[in-house]
Write a protein that binds this ligand. Sequence first.
Ligand SMILES: *Cc1c(COP(=O)(O)O)cnc(C)c1O
Length: 391
Amino acid sequence: MKVPLLDLKMQYQSIKSEIDAAIFKVIESQYFILGPEVKALEEELLKYLNCNYAIGVSSGTDALLIALMAIDIQPGDEVIVPTYSFFSTAGVVSRLNATPVFADIDPITFNISPNEIEKRITNKTKAIIPVHLYGQSADMQPIIEIAKKYSLFVVEDGAQAIGVQYKDGRTVGTIGDIGCFSFFPSKNLGCFGDGGLVATNNKELADRLKILRMHGAEPKYYHKIIGGNFRLDALQAAVIRVKLKYLDSWSQRRRENADLYTKLFIENNLAEEARKINLDAKNKVLLPKAIYKDGKLRNYHIYNQYIIQVEKRDELREFLTNEEIGTEIYYPVPFHRQECFAELKYNDSDFPVSNFVAEHSLALPVFPELTEEQIKFVVEKIKEFVNHKEQ
Ligand SMILES: *Cc1c(COP(=O)(O)O)cnc(C)c1O
């Protein structure tokens, strides 16, 4: 049985007529840059996220970059980021000639550990970028408290977490100063190319973000500040507007798929629940945990990825590949181990959790259209591998 990691063709087929009509409408209008389609999407997204301003931009990476430009990150400033995330989170800091300062993560949520943040604050620290990795909120309350105490900005990287709620019910990306989202095709709300969004409740920051998106000009051709072309395409906006209506039902399907995996791993006596201290996965499968599940939240986790951790991760991946089961390793190399950040001279042993996760994590297929049979097949194959390894 073939089980791809992600199958976007199935999603497209299910809404093809709506998508095609929306794209055709933009083509007929020949209005491709910003305009009514982007404006309408921004209105819909600020309602969906429950914030004051939503501004469409060219990608999730550009959302982070423009956010740091809006809060005026300067050369030499320090920005604290988790060492375990997608590259953009740290890359954008270096692109402004500022210094990314790495912090270790929490072993259960994979998100930045608030205790690790405070240790790394200096008089150069300007901002913190918590990432809501894999579709679950970082612990925002202590992060906001630290930011207040030291007068720091908080830029949330919600690229994998659109619509996700923190334990207090607020939507991620609206808790800090600016929230950043990506519409890369493999995200829960993906477009047909690159796209992104910045969200904020602060009018001053929103005005700055809008100006920065258009080369820093206001009005046109009068440049107050140096910005860039960070615009979202009208065609992408049209696609996202159609998909937004389905986002919550797709994320619900992902949660159901995740719950089925978890149930099957437990039933098959393969599961080891994620714990605070013990990082040993032995001959078991360390399961992901939705820590806000027992609250009354609609979107406590949207499972952009379902991440297990196993001892012989690379061997398991090869075994599953041979069985035509798609998997991925997110992220094999934490930032402090990346060649491009070597000059920052980090001590590898300062990041035990990130190192462990990078060496043991494996993403299993969890996309909405996955069938029960496919999930059962994946668990069966993992059981076969683990039992074989035990002998
Ligand atoms: C995808 C992603 C980004 C970058 O988004 P793009 O749209 O691909 O530029 C940034 N941060 C995280 C955590 C991501 O997963």
